[in-house]
Write a protein that binds this ligand. Structure first.
Ligand code: GDD
Length: 357
């Protein structure tokens, strides 16, 4: 292993990729991210940590590639020789996965297999250990089998996205057991932040609140308000990813807060925070319903707490308020009273992030 650790991330331009890159850079890593070529810039979330690669102290490097392109993944691994790989890339929108199932499964399912194969070959050929983190999802639990959900709760996926995540999960377990790879699955429950893509429900709500306050929007159209999620703060969650790869043995962990709240409750907290009544603004549009819905997610993070020493730090209410404040600030509005200004200051840097879908 080189003196300075090197990490390779897929999904580096996403919410989690940007927070994880910051964390790894703080820890002295050299960070390599794989980005997709797009006709418009897609690096908003990492622009603040990106430096000109010609500078001698550059620590963040970007490589063009894609989870659908195994040859390039191999080339990048050969070139970077990473100590750790974090597979965060995906078509990650559950609703969109019903519209684009093949693409979703190709990136999420086959993409994971391509990466694991490339990693296995590299490790076997060079003898260098590469630790692997697989971004698993609480969506894998799908139709409720038991609550709270733990590492041993059976999966019952309810979307093309979730089916592909289950496939990726078991491939990761299989590669660990078959080839003695240090490969971990993080089963992460929903995690949000001001960098969340605008089409996920929390950010859709907080962005709409700010736009309503600014007079730029009159209505907010949503789907199922009864769905319940275990919502945590993304910055807390990337720490758990890193911790998993620092253990003596590879294993799988649930990462969650242990609390569940409905979409309706998120609306209540967010609108109330700016002194508005959500019922005056929200309308239901069936286009946002899903062919099959996951009604209830509630995780039990006991194993992560005990074995990783990991704790979620941001509560449900604080999370909603942090996100509202950040969206207010992005529109040049004063933030509402009562929020922790430290969090807003830390988060102001990146109220961006457009995920399509
Ligand atoms: N996106 C969206 N969701 C809505 C809306 N109205 C209601 N919802 C409901 O809000 C819940 C949360 O939806 P999302 O924020 O889109 O997230 P998700 O489907 O739970 O998936 C997210 O979390 C997973 C981990 O559990 C991740 O794996 C996945 O990639 C994604 O980040 C779902 O039950 C959805 O039906 C809407 O207008 N838009």
């Amino acid at each position: 292993m080189s003196a300075q650790k090197k990490a390779l991330l897929t999904g580096v331009t996403g919410q989690d990729g940007s927070y994880l890159s910051e964390l790894l850079l703080e820890k002295g890593y050299e960070v390599h991210g794989i980005i997709r070529r797009t006709s418009t810039f897609n690096t908003d979330r990492i622009n603040h940590i990106y430096q000109d690669p010609h500078l001698s102290d550059t620590k963040l490097f970007l490589h063009y590639g894609d989870l659908t392109d195994g040859t390039t993944l191999r080339k990048i691994i050969e070139q970077v020789e990473p100590d750790e790989i974090y597979n965060l890339g995906a078509q990650s929108h559950v609703r969109v996965s019903f519209d684009a199932p093949e693409f979703t499964v190709d990136t999420v399912g086959m993409g994971t297999l391509r990466l694991l194969e490339a990693l296995r070959d590299f490790q076997q050929r060079t003898g260098q250990e590469v630790r692997y983190y697989q971004a698993g999802s609480s969506e894998m639990f799908g139709l409720v089998q038991a609550v709270p959900q733990t590492e041993t709760t059976p999966f019952y996926p309810r979307s093309p996205y979730a089916c592909a995540k289950v496939y990726a999960h078991w491939q990761t377990v299989n590669y660990r057991e078959s080839y003695d790879l240090f490969a971990c699955n993080g089963i992460l429950f929903n995690h949000e932040s001001p960098r969340r893509g605008e089409t996920f429900v929390t950010r859709k709500i907080t962005r709409a609140i700010a736009r309503i306050v600014a007079g730029k929007q009159k209505k907010l159209y949503l789907g199922n308000l009864d769905a319940k999620r275990d919502w945590g703060y993304a910055k807390d969650y990337v720490e758990a990813m890193w911790l998993m790869l620092q253990q003596e043995k590879p294993d799988d962990y649930v990462v969650a807060t242990g609390e569940t709240h409905s979409v309706r409750e998120f609306l209540e907290v967010g609108f109330e925070y700016v002194g508005l009544n959500w019922q005056d603004y929200v309308e239901i549009d069936p286009r946002y319903f899903r062919p099959a819905e996951v009604e209830l997610l509630l995780g039990d993070p006991t194993k992560a707490k005990q074995q990783l020493g990991w704790e979620p730090k941001v509560t449900f209410r604080d999370l909603a308020c942090i996100m509202v404040d950040a969206d207010m600030q992005a529109l040049g509005l004063p933030t509402a009273n009562g929020n922790t200004s430290k969090d807003v200051a830390t988060l102001r840097e990146a109220t961006i992030g457009s995920s399509w879908g």
